[in-house]
Each structure stands twice: as C-alpha cells, then as structure tokens.
Design a protein around this ligand. Structure first.
Ligand code: FES
Ligand SMILES: [Fe+2]
Length: 327
C-alpha cells in the first residue's frame, strides 16, 4: 500500500559516495540500488531482480547499466531489461522489467522518491544564495524514528542540559515565549530564543540567539540563526542549517545537516567538528526515548507551554496522514 511517505523525496546517500559501482541503500524498509550511468547521471532500482529475486546491488555496472549477479540480465535506469545473456537473441519485454525509482541530486545528496508522482524536495532557500558557503555534516546513524529526530531539532529547552557549555547554559535555562505560524506547507517557529555560551563555530562569547525554525516536510526542518550584537560574531554572519533524514526503518534513521554559512575562511573541519560534537550529544538521548516511534495521540506524553513547537509538529504529521515513524 502506498502512503504519503512514498510520494515524498528522501535523502539516501552523499552525492559524492555514488560512483559507477552499485550502491545498496535502504529507505522505508525497502532495499534499493543506485549507480551512476555513463553520463554520470544517478540511476536507481528496487534492489531485487525480477528473474529470481537476487539482489541487484551484488552485481556490477556494465556500460552504464546494471547487471544482475545471478544470470547476468542487464537493466537500464528505467528498469527495462536490455539483455538476457543465456538467450542473446531474445527481446526482453514488460515481464522482464525491474522496478524503477525516481532519483535526484540536490543539496550535495541523492534523493529518492518511491512513487512516480513525487511532491517537491524539502525547501532550503539558503542553497540558492551564492554569498553562503554550503557544507554537509553527517551522515549519522540513529536508532530512533525520523519524527523523534525532527522534534529534537525544534526543541530549545534541552540546550541547557544536553548541550551544556555549547548551545546552552545551566544558569540560563528559561526559554522566552516564541510564536508558531502556519505556512503553505507546514509551520514556522518565530523568534525562538535561547542563551548560548558558544552559538557557533565562530562565536567567542555567550549571547541570546534568535532562531527561526521551519518545517515543510515531515522528516526535514530548517533553522536560521541570527546571533545578537554582543555575541562577538562579525556582523552579517547568519547561518541556516537544514536537517534531512533518511527513514531507513520505522526506528532507524540516517541524518544529514546541510549548512549554509557566511564565512568562507573557517576550515571545514572546524565547522564539522562542532556539528559532530553537538549531534553526538543528542544521539544517546534520542536513542533512549521510548516509544521510539513518535506518539501522536493526545495525552500520550506530557506537554507544557514551551513545547508548543513539538505540538505543532505532531499536528502537522497528523494532518498529513504520516504513518511511518509514529504511533
Ligand atoms: S536472478 Fe537476476 S538474472 Fe536471474
Ligand atoms: Fe540537541
């Protein structure tokens, strides 16, 4: 049965990880195979041969097409079988067709949609701004559902505890009120503020930082952060970070951050080290949460006023009819 999740685009690999060798990935509990054809275009199929069910990703790429490891049938990126080696004169047809996938490359990642009528990619407006430098952090494997990870990304009240000394401080635990605004495809949290001892890789001191969070895809979110004037960060420095998640299974996810930063000088390792540190602080707490699937029914978990961003996210998942990663 196809659900909304099958009409969405999901990241499955770093773009640079895909070569002319078959790459096995998993999405929504389905095994898939990707490769680059002779033109360098990413191609993908469901990872099961229509002949005897062998895993196509164990095969090889032959002149831009994928050859099954078992009897050597060859498939193009549309799934059409182009050659049956045991019967070289046979013209393969519909019955020999493998199941094709829609594949796109964007934000330094490869994206897959399991349906031919996919929605749009999750938006990341900073991508188009040439004055911002783009970097990817991750992927991070996390043993929990994608919605638990999105909800954590939207949550500022954990900064003083999980990220003490980094994104939050034990002496500044209060989160001022913020606004939830509906958008065309989801919602925004506006003027979400927290006191941060080191708000980014570049900052030298503590400051109140204002964030905007935007959710326009059930397994993605974007934060834009503007440091205060007293933060010690040079004027104009503003960063936008997108969270993109590959839902591998209902309780297993792979996470990327697409960062757009104004500073072209700072060493990429410094930016990535910071992002790794922050996310590796989140990971054990995320993996400890039970249930691993995000509970959507009212009263399943306790909510206080500061959690209204989480409440908005859960409402969006319900409105969209999301079934994968929730309970
Ligand atoms: S199982 Fe793939 S060619 Fe036979
Ligand atoms: Fe966190």
């Amino acid at each position: 049965m196809k659900t909304i999740e099958h009409h969405l685009w999901h990241p499955v690999a770093d773009a640079h990880a895909l070569t002319d060798q078959p790459l096995s990935v998993h999405l929504l509990e389905q095994p898939l195979v990707l490769w680059r054809d002779g033109q360098g275009q990413a191609q993908g199929l469901h990872d099961q041969c229509p002949h005897r069910g062998a895993q196509l990703s164990l095969g090889r790429v032959c002149q831009g097409q994928l050859q099954c490891p078992y009897h050597g049938w060859i498939f193009n990126g549309q799934g059409a079988c182009t050659h049956v080696p045991a019967m070289p004169d046979f013209q393969p047809g519909q019955a020999q067709q493998a199941r094709p996938l829609s594949v796109r490359e964007a934000y330094g990642l490869l994206w897959v949609c399991l349906s031919s009528d996919g929605h749009d990619l999750p938006p990341f407006n900073a991508e188009a701004q040439s004055g911002l430098r783009k970097l990817n952090a991750g992927p991070y494997m996390v043993n929990t559902s994608a919605p638990r990870i999105v909800e954590n990304f939207l949550d500022m009240a954990h900064f003083s505890f999980v990220h003490e000394g980094w994104l939050g401080d034990a002496q500044h635990t209060q989160i001022p009120d913020y606004q939830v605004q509906a958008t065309a495809h989801g919602f925004k949290l506006v003027n979400a503020q927290a006191w941060q001892p080191q708000s980014s890789a570049l900052s030298s001191g503590g400051a109140m930082v204002a964030y905007t969070y935007e959710v326009a895809h059930p397994y993605a979110a974007v934060l834009t952060k503007v440091p205060g004037a007293d933060s010690g960060v040079k004027p104009g420095y503003e960063e936008s970070i997108a969270l993109f998640i590959q839902p591998i299974s209902a309780n297993q996810s792979r996470v990327w951050f697409r960062m757009a930063i104004a500073d072209f000088e700072v060493a990429p390792e410094k930016v990535l080290d910071f992002q790794n540190t922050i996310f590796l602080q989140d990971k054990p707490v995320l993996e400890s949460q039970r249930p691993q699937l995000l509970p959507l029914q009212a009263g399943a978990e306790s909510f206080v006023a500061v959690d209204k961003g989480s409440a908005a996210y859960r409402r969006l998942l319900q409105q969209l009819g999301i079934t994968f990663g929730v309970c």
